[in-house]
Design a protein around this ligand. Structure first.
Ligand SMILES: NC(=O)c1ccc[n+]([C@@H]2O[C@H](COP(=O)([O-])OP(=O)(O)OC[C@H]3O[C@@H](n4cnc5c(N)ncnc54)[C@H](OP(=O)(O)O)[C@@H]3O)[C@@H](O)[C@H]2O)c1
Length: 304
């Protein structure tokens, strides 16, 4: 597995991750990225961000198991249980179900998709092949008043169940997504097996500086989800200017910005040229002045 980019010094026992990964989720408009996963394996991606919510773990399993597919130990697999599966039994079933679909014995990192728990409505096996209404019913439980139907599992209680999966060898490391810094610090204090990876929405509009520097001080790797899809980001004049200085596309400049700060972006794409170009972004580290100019895009009020 490739090392982090030079210049980045993770804490002593930090996970070694490839500098860029491939995001396996369906797009926000519902288009599935599944067909591009083969192109990603062929292009040389070795970090895959999967989740039971994405419904296509089986596809990655087929690609890894295929003759000529990548050696299992060369691939870093992140898996994520959906927030309807935090309960006793449900979390373990989600984990073993995902591992079965992937055809592997353990995740390299198993990360809670969200810190908050929702009501369980059934297993999410091969979700992408189910009718859309059933996907919605299973993954977005609603209470009588139309708000999400919550479940009474605290983050620490759910984490104890995650630790048991780690103890049993089903997850080589543990992580958590979509947390605030206070939530992460509190969880870290309470944990016996500490979070080794944190995945959050991160891009130049929302750089998450405090969270990133806390993580790097504590040897926690930060993975940036949705690194390119913030509306307007790829049209920003400063992004174009930095891209032109490197002779690359605006998307490559944004991904290079992540890599230069030691954050691992996991872009998703269905376009073959983008699959290849995104993987090459770490070859274009940004100079300090370029990072400073990109920092001007930070917008504390940014909301999707
Ligand atoms: N943990 C969580 O809660 C969470 C939430 C959201 C996402 N994620 C993870 O993050 C991954 C990525 O997030 P995302 O899917 O929201 O979006 P994203 O990767 O930020 O952006 C995808 C969009 O960018 C375009 N794109 C990709 N490469 C490009 C390039 N080189 N040039 C121009 N456009 C390019 C894609 O279009 P084309 O297809 O045309 O390239 C697509 O419209 C997901 O797949 C998932 O693994 C995790």
């Amino acid at each position: 597995v490739a090392a982090a980019p030079s210049g980045f010094q993770p804490g002593g026992r930090a996970l070694r991750l490839p500098p860029v990964g491939f995001g396996c989720s369906r797009y926000r408009d519902g288009t599935y990225v599944t067909p591009a996963m083969g192109a990603a394996v062929d292009a040389g991606y070795r970090l895959f961000d999967t989740a039971e919510l994405y419904g296509n773990e089986w596809r990655l399993g087929d690609l890894v198991a295929a003759p000529g597919g990548p050696d299992r130990e060369s691939v870093f697999l992140v898996g994520k249980p959906w927030r309807t599966n935090h309960g006793p039994g449900d979390l373990r079933e989600a984990c073993t179900g995902s591992l079965d679909e992937l055809g592997v014995a353990a995740f390299d990192c198993y990360a809670l998709h969200w810190p908050g728990a929702w009501a369980h409505r059934g297993a999410l096996t091969r979700l992408s092949e189910r009718p859309v209404e059933e996907q919605e019913r299973l993954t977005m439980p609603t209470a009588a008043d139309g708000t999400p139907a919550r479940a009474p599992h605290s983050l620490v209680e759910t984490w104890r169940r995650m630790e048991a999966l780690h103890d049993d060898g089903l997850a080589r490391s543990l992580g958590v997504c979509n947390v605030t810094l206070p939530q992460l610090a509190g969880l870290t204090d309470a944990a016996r097996v500490r979070p080794a990876l944190v995945q959050v929405e991160c891009h130049p509009y929302r750089p998450r500086d405090a969270l990133v520097s806390w993580c790097h001080r504590h040897g926690v790797r930060v993975v940036a989800h949705s690194p390119l899809s913030a509306p307007g980001l790829l049209d920003e004049p400063v992004v174009h200017a930095v891209a032109d200085e490197h002779g690359v596309s605006p998307a490559t400049a944004v991904l290079a910005w992540h890599c230069t700060r030691g954050v691992v972006p996991i872009p998703s794409t269905t376009t073959r040229e983008h699959v290849v170009a995104n993987l090459a972004a770490p070859r274009h580290p940004l100079a300090d002045d370029q990072r400073d100019r990109m920092a001007g895009l930070a917008d504390p009020a940014f909301q999707r």
